[in-house]
Design a binder for this molecule. Structure first.
Ligand code: AMP
Length: 283
């Protein structure tokens, strides 16, 4: 496994592989890897000849009061998991290489960032769009794998690839969960023991919605109010949003007639957690 630290070296490595007609699959991450990330690497490994992982805590996708400075890191463990998962190159850029002085470009999508997390994290998706664009131009992959855990991000990247004509196939990976249902996240490391229990309120909400839907409830306001009560029955929780929306446009839905995305964000203590599920009332 090669460890590459500059964008010039990364571009040279990718160009070289392309010259040898080798295909490249790419998994971008912010590190502190867990089994969710590993599942994306395992999904990507057989898709191409080479598997590139990037680890970069992207400052532009954090708001001023968010957790950029405390974001967890463990590079040794990350490299060991990457190697085991069959990664052939790890790209570890530094901030100054990605955002040199006088960096000016912004990428703004018109509609997808106006929903769900974008309402509460106003700079987040512009930061994601810019860093993913840059990483795509540096790594030059044929395919890239993103997790459904960050569903809105996945939709935004699909749109970005379409709008800007990136010749890259976007592959989606399922949400990997702990045994008790909590979606894996690097931010779970912030949770105290009691918060860890309250964090179950998210996956329990998804299960409750599925149950209610199976019983024939279709009105999202009614289901949402039951979910709110469930979440608030767990201590130290604060609901940011519980949204039923159209899976492609992310527009809110009032009555569930067909496949819907249920997405939610909850603050547990100071930690903001997200989860989601695609729910099909026909099933
Ligand atoms: P992050 O390091 O949080 O930026 O995430 C890097 C990639 O891993 C993104 O595509 C995430 O959607 C994905 N990811 C994070 N958590 C999970 C999970 N529990 N299951 C599957 N993919 C995940």
């Amino acid at each position: 496994m090669e460890i590459i630290k500059t964008k010039a070296d990364m571009q040279a490595w990718s160009k070289n592989k392309k010259k040898e007609s080798r295909t490249l699959c790419f998994v971008p991450t912010m590190g502190y890897l867990h089994q969710g990330h590993v599942s994306l690497m395992e999904k990507g490994r057989p898709l191409c000849d080479e598997l590139v992982l990037s680890i970069f805590v992207n400052p532009t996708q954090f708001g001023p009061n968010e957790d950029l400075s405390s974001y967890p890191r463990n590079i040794e463990n990350d490299l060991s998991l990457a190697e085991k998962a069959g990664v052939t190159a790890v790209f570890l850029p530094i901030k100054e290489d990605i955002y040199p002085e006088n960096f000016q470009t912004e990428i703004k999508l018109q509609s997808l960032p106006n929903h769900l997390c974008g309402k509460f994290r106003p700079v987040h998706f512009a930061g994601v769009a810019v860093v993913v664009t840059k990483l795509f131009n540096i790594v030059m992959p044929d395919k890239a794998v993103f997790g459904m855990k960050d569903y809105q991000q996945l939709q935004i990247i699909r749109q970005l690839v379409l709008d800007l004509d990136f010749d890259i196939e976007i592959v989606a990976g399922d949400i990997i969960r702990e045994k008790d249902g909590l979606a894996m996240s690097s931010r779970n490391a912030y949770l105290s023991k009691s918060e860890r229990t309250s964090a179950l309120s998210l996956s329990r909400s998804l299960a409750l919605a599925k149950e209610l839907l199976a019983k024939g409830e279709k009105n999202t306001a009614d289901i949402r109010s039951k979910i709110d009560s469930l979440i608030h029955s767990f201590p130290e929780t604060k609901v940011e949003y519980v949204s039923f929306c159209q899976p492609e446009t992310l527009e809110e839905i009032k009555v569930i007639e067909k496949k819907v995305l249920l997405a939610l964000a909850v603050k547990v203590g100071k930690t903001r957690l997200i989860d989601n599920a695609l729910i099909d009332p026909a099933q």
